[in-house]
Design a protein around this ligand. Structure first.
Ligand code: URA
Length: 231
């Protein structure tokens, strides 16, 4: 793997920060100064400022994200982050984003390859949301949500939409555009008051209190890997 990916896996820094360390000449591979295009394998000895580093095992974590927590690694406003909530020995980062006020299932991992695939529209990972909305959506509004609504960045792909209560809908989507559910509900005249993701790629937060997390089982990891296999 590339030197920056190896360093990220070792929990040293993000790939971007790793590149800075490499450019500054602080990273050595088998005693020689590492370059941005250096590739390394398990047998190679990598050191930062002379201290040897080793890649961490791959880790996969499912978090029940509470409201008020941001999905970025660091928040300029000092709000808590999902990374801060998950005190894992491996440096796991979130796959995709939930808005600060959205609650529910979010996956964190240090498996950059899987994260990249899961976030790619090509693999159409299923996301299930429960939205409490203003007003009482009609059958027609639900049909419009399911059929695709026009947003400023283009029409949404077909989705599934069903009523869970007078002002509560379940939306199943495969895209992951910025604020997509809120914008879809806005577009049919029912702004979202509260948004919860019940399911991400088949993983649910059942049994997890807000703020709690758990490791995925090896079967769950295998299912994710299978779901993102190149077609
Ligand atoms: N759609 C939204 O509008 N917000 C989220 O957090 C997730 C999906």
């Amino acid at each position: 793997m590339r030197l920056n990916a190896y360093m990220a896996r070792a929990g040293i820094a993000s790939r971007r920060k790793a590149d800075e360390l490499i450019k500054a000449g602080r990273v050595s591979v088998n005693g020689a100064v590492g370059q941005l295009n250096t590739f390394v394998e398990g047998k190679d000895r990598v050191a930062v400022d002379g201290r040897e580093i080793a890649p961490q095992a791959l880790a996969y974590v499912l978090l029940h994200k509470p409201a008020g927590v941001v999905t970025t690694a660091r928040d300029p406003h000092g709000r808590p982050t999902v990374v801060g909530l998950v005190e894992h020995t491996s440096r796991v980062v979130p796959v995709g984003r939930l808005d600060a006020d959205t609650t529910g299932a979010i996956l964190l991992t240090n498996d950059g390859e899987l994260a990249h695939r899961l976030a790619h529209p090509k693999y159409e990972v299923e996301k299930v949301y429960e939205a409490e909305v203003e007003g009482e959506p009609s059958d027609d509004a639900l049909r419009r949500l399911a059929g695709g609504v026009e947003l400023e960045d283009g029409p949404t792909a077909p989705a599934r939409a069903r009523r869970l209560g007078r002002s509560k809908v379940e939306l199943v989507i495969h895209e992951g555009r910025n604020r997509q559910v809120k914008r879809m509900c806005d577009a049919v005249g029912h702004p979202v008051r509260r948004l919860h993701r019940t399911r991400y790629a088949g993983l649910t937060v059942e049994g997890l209190q807000p703020g709690d997390w758990r490791e995925l089982t090896s079967e769950e990891v295998a299912t994710l890997v299978a779901a993102t296999r190149t077609r």
